[in-house]
Design a protein around this ligand. Structure first.
Ligand code: AVI
Length: 325
């Protein structure tokens, strides 16, 4: 166990939002850490590996939807010209299928990927300029709503927002509602949202996607402790924590935990504070909620949107649902 007094002298104040979030999560009786901090450089790479794992069916399902139904999606968008804005664009690998089709079909649109990671956007822009030279691309790093709000002020024409990859599943239901209501508020009447949901299915299939035998998801989750060690000067021993996944078929909630395998103290110098973990005490790190189509429709109705059309893959594992304001 570290000596608090010697570390305290050098400890910086709880100055970053990351430090504050870690503190508020770990001081609770039921400990939590926010999954958004998975995505440092190493985490981004591990997530790429996850998306290529056969067990992580989500990527393949959404890709199939875009490959098979690109023409139907463009037809459903229905506008002769539009501003295409993608929230949380990431590497844009699947979106590229849609972009290529939209260009080839002669749609008049420009593409604005928005992401909090500037690095991700630089790489995406480079790749798009090489592979789709005819595309008008204008990436923006920053907060989703700030970008949407500024776009609204500048009176850009008809908007189509993409929120893909089941990202909405990482929000607890009340926060998902709040996020979508805020998004609705930033759109104009007639603007559209194409939003991806992972659907409820055989619980065994879902559990396997988050509990892969190669241990990539475990490494992805444990990387959060590594990040806390590096950035907040902590001494988590990664060997002493294990990844644990649960799935509740009733709520559709897949949850990831990091479980302490023995009683232990962990000291976080940036917080000048030590945290005790009982044997088998768990930190909840991620929620990945699965929806039924009825729940998707109820969420649209509760947040003001109208469902125009569902695009599902051949196994009904995943839906990209087109909503209208
Ligand atoms: C980004 N998000 C939709 C992924 C998911 O499925 O919840 C993150 C992830 N976590 C573990 N595997 C993938």
């Amino acid at each position: 166990m570290p000596t608090h007094s010697s570390a305290a002298a050098n400890a910086p104040a709880v100055s970053t939002i990351f430090a504050q979030d870690v503190l508020s999560g770990l001081k609770q009786t039921a400990k939590t850490l926010p999954a958004k901090y998975f995505y440092d450089e190493h985490g981004d790479r591990l997530f790429q590996d996850i998306m290529h794992m056969p067990a992580y069916y989500l990527t393949g399902c959404e890709l199939e939807i875009f490959q098979q139904q690109q023409a139907a999606i463009l037809k459903a968008i229905g506008s002769p010209s539009f501003h295409l804005l993608e929230l949380g664009a990431g590497d844009g690998y699947k979106t590229q299928v849609l972009l290529r089709h939209f260009l080839e079909a002669g749609a008049a649109f420009d593409y604005q990927p928005v992401d909090i990671s500037e690095n991700v956007l630089i790489e995406l822009e480079q790749r798009l300029r090489e592979e789709l030279p005819g595309l008008k691309v204008n990436p923006l790093a920053g907060d989703y709503f700030k970008v949407l709000h500024e776009g609204r002020q500048s009176g850009q024409g008809s908007k189509v927002v993409l929120f893909l990859g089941a990202n909405i599943g990482n929000y607890p239901p009340t926060e998902a509602g709040r996020f979508l209501r805020q998004l609705y508020h930033e759109l104009n009447t007639g603007d559209k949202l194409l939003i991806g949901f992972d659907l409820k299915k055989d619980p065994a299939t879902i559990l396997k996607a988050y509990n892969d035998p190669e241990g990539i998801t475990a490494a992805f989750n444990l990387n959060l402790l590594k990040r806390i060690n590096r950035e907040l000067h902590a001494n988590f021993n990664l060997q002493e924590f294990r990844h644990w996944e649960t799935y509740d078929p009733q709520s559709g909630e897949a949850r990831s935990y990091l479980v302490s395998q023995k009683p232990q103290h962990v000291f976080i110098r940036s917080l000048n504070r030590s945290f005790f973990f009982d044997a088998w005490e768990a930190i909840q790190v991620e929620l990945s909620k699965k929806y039924s189509l009825h729940e998707v429709e109820a969420l649209a109705a509760a947040t003001g949107f109208q469902v125009q059309e569902h695009f599902t893959d051949s196994r009904d594992f995943f839906v990209d649902s087109l909503w209208v304001k």
